[in-house]
Write a protein that binds this ligand. Structure first.
Ligand code: NAD
Ligand code: UPG
Length: 435
């Protein structure tokens, strides 16, 4: 199948490469010339495990090409829209202007029977609006919405082996569903469940899934606040809750909270859309989910102040991690980076380290000191704050780490270290919701 992917960021670059890996002829389109030049040379413009390999092999065979000119997508049968839908500045709503612009640019280039397939996360109602426009301006083409559920760090695997496929199609449009079935044949043959539904349901599945995941994390973080007040242990609580198959253990890790380019902005956009629909009350709880989440960042900072006896001023603090999660270089709405900035704001000498995220972090917060060497960050530190659970930080040895620092104090902002082992090595260990 000849496919175009419009928007080659974290989602689009992976989707384009994975579609080529499946044997399709793919062209990736983006307005960012630097991104396109790197991708065309077989180099991803961001860190994602497994992506360099499939990108390089697909560009070498010529099955995957890139361009900044949308006219080069004209002979594709299927066009995936994967442009960004960030939070609008000064509002909690999603900014759909990139979707609208990409859609408008594509319209004059649509071949007979072409299918435009939305992958971006959009406010419910967007697909119906775009379908209306298509019916007027390119009635020979059709629209489907096929939301994406990949996680950064597992993006390639999640794209090739998704948990489920959701197609939102116009009433009676069997063609779009059957073309998508051909594209995803390998996953369907492996037994991936597929739900064919209307536009609004498909759009809602995506934001509802993220709202549920965010709620689960904020739920356990709220429990961690209660655990702190009572001496209970939130990790044991999560383990015990998780054994109930109806609840499940995943996404019950208390800590500095959720960030990234999806969960935070998606729950805010969903709330804003519910308000527009006159159903604000139904999703009012998501504001609390957001508030609980943001509070965790301050809790980590408060613990740091406590650990240093009331002030962090002029104290050297090693902040381990700047990305919103491990195995990603993404610092969008990163709790880790926020903690570093808050500590710096209190006068601490912050040295932040991260295996992959420093370049992006520096672009956003040039006022912080960074190093790629965790040894350098730890050297002579009065306090260590672990905020992104990269494997190398989880594997730190308390004795060896203790020999690098000036004071054996650690805040485990992800509850991933063994408090017994760290305390046995003489550390003042503090987690969130851990006695
Ligand atoms: N990142 C994820 O893990 C993920 C997962 C599922 C869904 N999503 C959703 O996918 C969408 C994209 O997210 P992302 O993280 O890849 O964002 P991103 O910012 O990394 O990428 C968006 C890309 O679109 C490009 N772009 C903007 N306007 C364009 C236009 N008119 N024509 C062509 N390209 C254009 C930008 O230059 C950028 O490269 C969002 O709606 C997001 O919510 C993201
Ligand atoms: O128990 C947990 C699990 C996650 N997190 C945090 O939650 C955030 C999001 O994690 P994750 O969902 O793994 O990362 P994303 O790559 O942002 O993926 C989410 O957002 C994507 C974009 O919409 C969706 O496609 C995915 O299905 C959805 O999981 C990160 O900051 C994690 O540290 C926790 O704090 N505790």
């Amino acid at each position: 199948m000849r496919i175009s992917v419009i928007g080659c960021g974290y989602l689009g670059a992976v989707h384009a490469s994975a579609m080529a890996e499946l044997g399709h002829e793919v062209i990736g389109i983006d307005v960012d010339e630097r991104k396109i030049a790197a991708l065309a040379a077989g180099r991803p413009s961001f860190f994602e495990p497994g992506l360099p390999e499939i990108l390089a092999s697909a560009t070498e065979t010529g099955r995957l090409r890139f361009s900044t000119d949308i006219a080069d997508a004209a002979d594709a049968q299927v066009h995936f829209l994967a442009v960004g839908t960030p939070q609008t500045a000064g509002s909690s709503a999603a900014d759909v202007s990139y979707v609208d612009a990409a859609f408008a640019a594509l319209l004059p280039h649509l071949a007979e029977d072409a299918i435009v397939v939305g992958k971006s996360t959009v406010p419910v109602g967007t697909a119906a609006r775009l379908a209306g426009r298509l019916a007027e301006e390119a009635p020979h083409a059709s629209l489907a919405w096929n939301p994406e559920f990949l996680r950064e760090g597992f993006a390639v695997k999640d794209t090739l082996e998704p948990d489920r496929l959701v197609y939102g199609v116009a009433e009676g449009d069997r063609h779009a569903a059957s073309v998508l079935d051909q594209i995803y044949r390998a996953a369907l043959e492996a037994g991936t469940p597929r739900i064919v539904t209307d536009y609004a349901t498909a759009e809602l599945v995506k934001v509802a899934a993220n709202a549920f995941l965010a709620t689960k994390i904020s739920f356990i973080n709220a429990m961690s606040e209660i655990a702190d007040a009572t001496g209970a242990d939130v990790t044991a609580l999560a383990d015990a809750l998780g054994h109930d198959a109806r609840i499940g253990r995943r996404f019950l890790n208390a800590g500095v909270g959720f960030g990234g380019g999806c969960l935070p902005k998606d729950i805010r956009a969903f709330t804003a859309r519910a308000e527009e629909l006159g159903r604000g009350e139904a999703l009012a709880f998501l504001k609390e989910v957001d508030a609980i989440n943001l509070r965790q960042r301050q809790r980590v900072v408060d613990l740091a102040v406590l650990a240093l006896g009331g002030s962090v001023h002029r104290k050297k603090i090693a902040v381990l991690g700047v990305t919103f999660k491990p195995d990603s270089d993404d610092v969008r709405d990163s709790p880790a980076l926020d903690v570093a900035v808050l500590l710096k704001g209190l006068g601490a000498d912050v040295v932040a380290t991260d295996p992959e995220g420093i370049e992006n972090a520096r672009a956003r917060h040039p006022q912080l000191d960074y190093t790629t060497s965790s040894r350098e960050a730890l050297h002579d530190a009065d306090l260590v704050v672990l905020v992104t659970e990269w494997r190398e930080y989880r594997a730190l040895d308390p004795d060896a780490t203790g020999r690098l620092v000036a004071g054996r104090r650690i805040i485990d902002g992800r509850n991933v270290l063994d408090p017994v082992a760290w305390r046995a090595a003489g550390w003042d260990y503090r987690g969130l919701g851990r006695p």
